[in-house]
Design a protein around this ligand. Structure first.
Ligand code: HAM
Length: 452
């Protein structure tokens, strides 16, 4: 039973986002939308839950996400005409987007589909800073029939260049792009076989997690962070040596286009990523230690998934995309702003101070009715001003004048006093906080005065 000393709380791994932080979330989403529209992307919104088999088939049964982290339940039939169905809260959105692409025959247009999404995802991971059970992603998927150019390395480079532009416009500093090619659907099994063979004699020396991965999903051993295993992992075969000519050529063209755009990157042969659908280009953007993310330093990840549509029963539709962890992006921007403020002032700063930078501007006016009997008139005046495009807060007639002034000074640039005299004469008292000036003006001139 919840009690005042033991009230109900948000579920472990989930968070409430509150003002003023939500102002930063909105700013980030606004900038993302504006960058995406400059690159010709349209928004897609897919359901938050899907048939469980979508993720089992798309993301891969052996991945951590599907085997350990999904929120899955048996949805009972409510009518004879319905069947019980296993449903899952989406742990990621690429599979859902490709399902929608197939379901709505988006490939029939022959055009490249350039889609973006912003929304919550759900994974039952061990919560820590930057890792939540409900988290937000800002993602992009570019896919289409081969004839639309969907397989071209230009698409990979354009997506990466767009990301570099977006992170720069958001003000993320010191980001690093790590790039790799995990090869085509035929390169990968050859490489996995070689990896398994190389792992067999050394497996017993690895940590228990890596021993299990060596059996179930050997590629995952490569991005293990276990310090004791690093030397052994460094000695494993590199995927670059198993790429066929066309994958190798594709990767070199992606790199050449990035070079031409001046987007910096490093090639990381161990970057394989945790989802099964990836082919050829894979990438991650990270920020250096001390950027507010702790050990969760991957701001975003993505790559190509040339066979995903067929895996889900659709037509051939090569594609590439990414998802930014929005929670991590926000933590990074907040930590950066704090560090900047501290550097400027030369002293450690409270987290409140940097908030001014993204907090919504003050309202135009605060209306202070003098006495409860003036409340109705105050609301009517607020309605008039708001309809004229002003941002307005209304106080309450029960407040003492001092309290109204304090509340108004916090919230707004001007206070409008509404007492009996004002109502009968139509002359209003307005104080402007920035200058301290107080004037009496006709109601007809009020809107202009408050805009100033
Ligand atoms: P992912 O690497 O699993 O890829 O997730 C992308 C990003 O989501 C991560 O880099 C991270 O910033 C964020 N993220 C993941 N898990 C959590 C969590 N528990 N808490 C907070 N943030 C998290 C995908 O999801 C792919 N669908 C990306 C993609 C799109 N590939 C191609 N198209």
């Amino acid at each position: 039973m919840p009690t005042p000393s033991n009230p109900l709380k948000a579920v472990r791994g989930t968070r409430d986002l509150l003002p003023p932080d939500t102002a930063l979330w909105n700013r980030v989403e606004f900038i993302a939308r504006s960058v995406f529209s400059r690159y010709g992307f349209g928004e897609i919104r897919t359901p938050i839950f899907e048939d469980t088999s979508l993720f089992a088939r798309g993301v891969g049964e052996e991945t951590d996400i599907v085997s350990k982290e999904m929120y899955t339940w048996e949805d009972r039939a409510r009518a004879q005409s319905e069947k019980a169905q296993s449903l899952t809260l989406r742990p990621e959105n690429t599979a859902g987007v490709v399902r929608a692409y197939i379901e709505h025959n988006l490939g029939d247009s022959g055009q490249l589909q350039k889609l973006f999404y912003i929304g919550p995802q759900f994974r039952r991971e061990r919560p820590q800073r930057g890792r939540y059970r409900q988290f937000w992603q800002i993602g992009v998927e570019v896919l289409g029939p081969v004839s639309s150019g969907s397989e071209s390395p230009l698409r990979d480079a354009e997506v990466l260049e767009m990301l570099a532009t977006l992170l720069d416009e958001l003000g993320v500093k010191n980001w690093q792009l790590a790039l790799n090619s995990v090869g085509s659907a035929t390169d990968r099994p050859r490489y996995v076989a070689a990896l398994k063979a190389a792992l067999a004699p050394i497996k017993h020396q690895l940590c228990p997690d890596n021993q299990r991965r060596a059996e179930t999903n050997p590629l995952r051993v490569l991005d293990s962070k276990d310090p004791a295993d690093q030397a052994l992992i460094d000695g494993l075969p590199k995927i670059a040596d198993y790429l066929d000519d066309s994958s190798r050529e594709h990767f070199s063209q992606v790199r050449a286009a990035l070079d031409a755009c001046g987007v910096p990157y490093t090639v990381n042969p161990r970057l394989v990523r945790g989802l099964d659908y990836y082919t050829r280009t894979t990438f991650e953007f990270t920020v250096p230690d001390g950027s507010g993310l702790g050990t969760q330093n991957a701001l975003l990840g993505g790559g190509r998934y040339d066979g995903l549509s067929e895996m889900l029963g659709g037509p051939r539709a090569p594609g590439i995309g990414f998802a930014i962890g929005e929670d991590r992006l926000i933590l990074t921007l907040q930590a950066q702003a704090e560090a900047d403020a501290a550097a400027k002032a030369g002293v450690p700063h409270s987290s409140q101070s940097h908030r001014d930078e993204w907090e919504a501007p003050k309202l135009d006016a605060y209306i202070a009715p003098l006495g409860p009997e003036r409340n109705a008139a105050a609301l009517a005046l607020a309605r008039e001003l708001r309809r004229a495009g002003l941002s307005v807060e209304v106080g309450d007639g029960s407040f003492r004048l001092k309290k109204s002034f304090e509340a108004a000074d916090r919230a707004a640039r001007h206070i409008v006093i509404l007492g009996e005299d004002e109502l009968t004469s139509g002359i209003l008292t307005v104080k402007t906080f920035a200058t301290g000036e107080q004037v009496k003006i006709e109601k007809a001139a009020l809107v202009d005065r408050l805009k100033s």
